[in-house]
Design a protein around this ligand. Sequence first.
Ligand SMILES: [Zn+2]
Ligand SMILES: [Zn+2]
Length: 138
Amino acid sequence: MSLREPKSMDECIYFTNRNVGKGKIKAWAFKENCPECGKGLMGKPRDEKTGKPKIRADIYVCPECNHTVDKQKYEDSLDINIKYTCPKCENNDEVKTSFKRKKLQRIDEETGKKETIDTIRFECSKCGEKMDVTKKMK
Ligand SMILES: [Zn+2]
Ligand SMILES: [Zn+2]
């Protein structure tokens, strides 16, 4: 399997590249074509004055036909591409999974407290180590 990598951030709805202990996780989700007209790439609505995308908008809009979709629904329908180096066994691999996040509890390694995270969890194909692509950026 070889994942298509984004050529620019403009192609992505989500992109992250981070170190996890000895390992690394790079993950991205591509924007997809409008389900209505099939031409435009769905993106955040743009501010009429500045032309910049409104990051906090809770909808995505098609630049061609102005069709809008609910942010959550749209993101849940996408796939996320993940390239990783396992922090435990240093295995390198790729995985493609649903972009739908799940709420999970885990113990914060620094504080020792339980916390709830929004995450896309996947396992190392070699040793089964669980890794998270969390919404919360550290
Ligand atoms: Zn459209
Ligand atoms: Zn591993």
